[in-house]
Ligand binder design. Sequence first.
Ligand SMILES: CC(C)(COP(=O)(O)OP(=O)(O)OC[C@H]1O[C@@H](n2cnc3c(N)ncnc32)[C@H](O)[C@@H]1OP(=O)(O)O)[C@@H](O)C(=O)NCCC(=O)NCCS
Length: 174
Amino acid sequence: MLHLDNGFDLRPAVPADAARIALWMAQPHIQRWWQQDWPVERWAQELSTQSAGEHSIPCVAAVDSQDFGYVEVYRVRHDRLAEYYASHDHDWGVHVAIGDVTRVGRGLGRQLLRALADALLRADPQCERVVAEPDIDNTPSVRAFAAAGFVQQGELQLPEKTALLMVRTRTMQQ
Ligand SMILES: CC(C)(COP(=O)(O)OP(=O)(O)OC[C@H]1O[C@@H](n2cnc3c(N)ncnc32)[C@H](O)[C@@H]1OP(=O)(O)O)[C@@H](O)C(=O)NCCC(=O)NCCS
C-alpha cells in the first residue's frame, strides 16, 4: 500500500479485483477511451501478467479508504511510448480511470494525478518526468492532467489515436 497526499492510497491490484475492474471498464465513460471492456477472466489474466512483469504496476486507487478507480503506473522504457518521444530511462507513465461514476468530473482526478506524480517523483530520485498520453479528444482527461501540473509537449501519432504528450516535472519544492 502506498499512501499519497490528500487521503489517497494506491494498492497493487490482484486477480481478486478483476470483477470490479471489469465492471468499471465496461462503463461508457471509460470504455470510450480505454477500450478494455474485457471479461473478468481476461482482466484476471492481465493483472497477473502485469504483476509478474517489469513493465507496469496495476493498482486500485482509494480515497479516504474507499476504492474508486484503477491506475497503471508504467516504466516508459518498457512501453511502446518510448518509441514516440525522447524519453529518459527513469520516466514513469500513468494511466487512470475513475470507476465510481458518481465521483467523475468533480476534481478528484486532478487531485489523484497530482498526488500520484508527486509520490513517484519523491519515491524515485532519478525520475525527472511523469508522463501521460491522453487522446487529444479526451478533454476531461487533458484538463485534469493540466490541472495536476502536467504540461502539453506536443502531439503523438500512436497506432490507434492521436495523443497529447503531457509531462509533469519536478517543482521547486521537489
Ligand atoms: C480522466 C479522469 C481521470 C479525470 O478525472 P475527473 O475527476 O473526472 O477530472 P476533473 O474533475 O479533475 O477534471 C475534469 C475536467 O474536464 C472538464 N470536463 C468534464 N467533462 C467534460 C466534457 N464532456 N467536455 C469538456 N470538458 C469536460 C471539467 O470541466 C474539468 O475541467 P475544468 O475544471 O478545467 O473545467 C476521469 O474523467 C476518468 O476516469 N475518465 C474516464 C477514463 C479516462 O478517460 N482516462 C484517461 C485516459 S488518458
